[in-house]
Structure formats: C-alpha cells, structure tokens
Write a protein that binds this ligand. Structure first.
Ligand SMILES: [Zn+2]
Length: 131
C-alpha cells in the first residue's frame, strides 16, 4: 500500500457523512510501512481522521500517537507551525516509524496543556502527518 493509497482511504467516509465530534479511525490490513504504521489527516479540525494499520502487533501506542497528531501535536524536533505544538523527546509523539515498534508511552502534562481539540472547531484546514 502506498502513501497515495492512504490519502485516498481517508476519503472512504465522505466529509458530509462524517459524524460530528468523532475522529474517524480507518483500520487497514496492511503494515503501512511507508507511513510508519499510520497517518493523521485534517488534524485539529472537526474533519480529523486517522488511517492506521490494524496489525499493530508490537506497537500498542500507535493510536495514542495518531490521536496526539489530531490534537495538534507534531513530532519532537519538528519546526513549530501555527496552530500546532511540538512535544518533548521521549513522549508518545516520538515516532517509532513502524506499526511493530512501540512509540514511548510517556504523555507529560506539558503536552496535555498544549492540546488543541478542534474536533472542537471546524476550520477546514488540512494537514497530513505520517507516523
Ligand atoms: Zn507521527
């Protein structure tokens, strides 16, 4: 499965049919190796959705990692972008780059205080962050 396929999968549920206040999670029977196991789209918006491997044997923190992106978190060391926040190294948003390698479990208060939940507001902004 390619990154292009993953982008197409996010559209499997038309935006008009998306449930309000729900983050759509699309599980696929593929390791999504090119995406590091998962990808998040339309982060910080009410249109947020996640496409991730259903075979995350070895990475029980992958969904938490992707939800972190939906809540506006980037990866540690990423450049700051308006509307997003950069977490500390060694936290759940540190990418493992695999559905079989666990992301760190740590989710410190410094991250939780920065969460932006626009499932709370619809801005229509798009983002795409691979695991
Ligand atoms: Zn990531």
């Amino acid at each position: 499965m390619t990154s292009k396929d993953v982008v197409l999968l996010r559209g499997v549920i038309p935006e008009d049919d998306a449930e309000p206040d729900v983050v759509e999670v699309i599980l696929v029977n593929n390791d999504l190796a090119a995406e590091g196991g998962g990808a998040s789209f339309s982060c910080t918006t009410a249109l947020a959705r996640i496409v991730m491997s259903n075979g995350n044997n070895g990475n029980p923190n992958l969904l938490a990692h992707e939800i972190g992106h939906v809540l506006g978190g980037l990866h540690p060391g990423d450049s700051q972008e308006e509307g997003f926040w950069v977490p500390e190294v060694g936290t759940v948003l540190d990418p493992s780059r695999s559905s079989h390698v666990p992301n760190p479990e740590r989710n410190p208060a410094s991250s939780r205080r920065q969460v932006r939940c626009a499932a709370l507001t619809s801005t229509g902004e798009e983002c795409c962050i691979s695991a």
